[in-house]
Design a protein around this ligand. Structure first.
Ligand code: ASP
Length: 416
């Protein structure tokens, strides 16, 4: 048994609360001298938060590599790998398309952008999105060390699968080298737990950094957009995923949400599905009972291409900006937004604010004013945190569905 930290969720919530309180005191009340406030911001919140994120990121590449190689190399048949891939990708695309559709429906009914005018200046330099072409090309690395150094998840997944397959074929020549990968994977899982035990401090710093930098006043801009977006995000996370779990697995959504809570908090405070991979992987395999072979494939792929929360934001932002500019989108254009948002969310990197970068692709397609992205960016910080939680919850949902369909979900672990 791996050693797990005690009372972790409670302590993380406490860290979050204290970070929020200290951040708010520093931001809103003038009782802390500015030199001390500066020290807290730089040396406690920024430094502590960045150290914590670095520690998580440090584990991503070895963890994905070892777990995927040990999983693939022990698969008995390759047909199951094909089936798992098809199911995973279809579910990822399907849930994302549903997510944008809900978002568009809500935006067209409640019209967040009608009559809205903003005095927020356009950003000086517009961010550039990644094209579909390069997203596809990036799956096939020309240099695996470079891909690993740059955290290119799909390339790492691709290489690990190939390596695992070769290992599978050569185990009889290598004295069962697969087993060594299996053991290394266990060591890295323990390392995840060790780093997670510092999460209360890490989350304290990250939340404090957020509040002390921006305060909470940002909500005043584009309130309707913010409120609608948060509502759709919560709706999708709770309702759509529960329905999917019920229909495809008959597992209890309540148990699922109880167990995914911690991972969602990690995603919320780091705003990065990639940095959350170690935690998502741990939760899915050790708490939700998903077989390691499935989890180690579905989770890193999901962190990279499955971003329902991001797609929801992109759909809502497009309609918001169109309404603001007095442009009426036709039904056909709505369908186009769905397709584009699915592609743009796949293209978005799993790091903070990446979704706003690929939003540009959609705005350009419809000739919408790109400067309006200034408003979206102004309120994006907290929205990014919430949608990242939705993104990782989606990954975990799909992992459970795929595992259950392959009879590779341990129900006793799930219910425990
Ligand atoms: N921060 C999000 C993620 O990592 C991506 C985004 O929507 O900006 O999942």
């Amino acid at each position: 048994m791996l050693e797990t930290p005690k009372n972790l969720t409670r302590n993380i919530l406490l860290g979050m609360f204290l970070g929020f309180v200290l951040g708010s005191i520093a931001y809103y009340l003038d009782i802390i001298p500015s030199s001390i406030e500066n020290f807290i911001q730089v040396y406690i919140f920024n430094l502590g938060g960045s150290i914590f994120i670095n520690l998580l990121k440090m584990l991503i590449v070895p963890l994905v590599f070892f777990s995927l190689v040990s999983g693939i190399s022990s698969l008995s048949s390759l047909t199951s790998l094909g089936n798992i891939t098809i199911k995973t990708i279809s579910l990822y695309l399907g849930t994302t398309a549903i997510a944008v559709s809900i978002s568009l429906l809500v935006a067209s009914i409640f019209k967040p952008g009608a009559g809205y005018s903003s005095n927020i200046a356009a950003p000086e330099k517009l961010p550039e999105g990644q094209s579909v072409y390069s997203t596809i090309l990036d799956i096939f690395p020309s240099n695996i060390i470079e891909a690993m150094a740059n955290n290119q998840m799909l390339a790492i997944v691709f290489f690990s699968i190939l390596f695992g397959l070769a290992l599978n074929k050569t185990n009889h020549l290598t004295g069962n080298l697969s087993e060594s990968f299996e053991r290394l994977n266990t060591v890295f899982m323990q390392l995840v737990l060790m780093i997670m035990s510092y999460a209360p401090i890490g989350v304290f710093c990250l939340i404090g950094k957020f509040v002390i930098t921006d305060g909470l006043d940002i909500f005043q801009e584009a309130v309707m957009y913010v409120v609608l977006l948060i509502s759709v995000l919560i709706f999708h996370a709770i309702v759509t995923y529960s329905i999917f779990l019920k229909i495809f697995t008959n597992l209890s959504p309540i148990v699922f949400f109880k167990k995914i809570k911690e991972t969602a908090i990690f995603a919320f405070s780091t705003s990065s599905s990639a940095a959350t991979i170690p935690v998502t992987l741990k939760t899915v395999t050790t708490d939700l009972g998903v077989n390691k072979n499935i989890g180690s494939f579905v989770i890193p792929v999901g962190a990279t291409i499955n971003m329902d929360g991001t797609a929801i934001m992109q759909g809502m932002a497009t309609v918001f900006i169109a309404q603001m500019s007095g442009i009426d989108l036709s039904i056909f254009q709505y369908v186009q937004v769905v397709l584009l948002a699915v592609v743009a969310s796949i293209g978005a990197a799993a790091v903070p604010s990446a979704g706003t970068i690929t939003l540009v692709i959609i705005l350009q397609q419809f000739g919408l004013p790109l400067e309006a992205i200034g408003i979206i960016l102004a309120v994006d910080r907290i929205l990014d945190m919430i949608r990242t939680s939705v993104n990782v919850t989606g990954d975990a949902t799909v992992a459970c569905i795929v595992a259950q369909s392959e009879e590779m979900l341990d129900k006793t672990v799930f219910d425990n």
